[in-house]
Write a protein that binds this ligand. Sequence first.
Ligand code: SF4
Length: 312
Amino acid sequence: MNALNPSQLWKKRLGDWVVNPYVGCEHGCLHCYCPAMPGVKFFNGGRGQAEWGKYLLPKEGVVEALSRQLKTFTPAKAKRTEWGDGWVLMSFLTDCYTPAEATQRLTRQCLELLLDAGHKVRVQTRSALVERDFDLLAAHKDRVRLGTSLPYLDDAVARILEPRATGPTRRLKMLEQAAARGIPVYVAIAPVMPWTEPAELLTLAAWAGELGATEVFCEVLNPKGENLAGMERALREGGRVGLAERIRSYDAGAWASATSATLRLLAGGRAFVPWPDTGRAWAKHLPADEVSWLGRFLPPSSGLQGACKSLV
Ligand code: SF4
């Protein structure tokens, strides 16, 4: 088993490599599209999206495997990728601070190994449990970035849509504490919801700026797998019928339009690098002149810039 694997997330300027110490994520966010990804589907024993959040499979031997890999995988080798930045991500098909990490400590051990080996590590989590490892992150602050998702600051909605993650206002405090200790922080405004107003988006980006965030990423809610059906159901059950209706009328065309509107709002900033499949949705759902304008925002080697342009 390889613990450290190439990541396609360089296309979003996030990182070149990834370590996922677990399969599954106890946080159980309903928007999460990880259960539809091959890296989860092929390793979760056939569990479907409805079971997401209800299982966690620690990767047996992941720490030992990483230790073996790092004997030859140097920071110089980590840069030999298409993007060539060498960042290692923890983690992007699970949350590496899922509650069981408090006792399993696989993330902590992997983090220690990576940092001792001189690698640059980007940690993204929806959990305040990461505060346990601030000592490690602060000791290597020239080579780490810590980020959290702040799609909104409504803890009541978060309790419905991210049932077992730390609430967003507490996550914001976690980032503030990290920044106060000199740990470089970033914010992912993700996912931008169909009901997110432009003013709210700009406010979130402004807060990130006040925190001294090194980067602000942005990702618009992506209809994938069965995530929309689960969100709509949970919002109805939670009494948020208006929001459930917004999800019900949300589809790939709405996603294409919302990504376009977000890019227009934030264009010129460093906030939003769309995922390559966004380009396909644009090409299918938006007018040619808009597709042409949007194509410039796609990652250079996604191959889709040309595809978008050729439709014009
Ligand atoms: S914390 Fe991240 S990986 Fe876990 S369920 Fe939520 S979105 Fe998915």
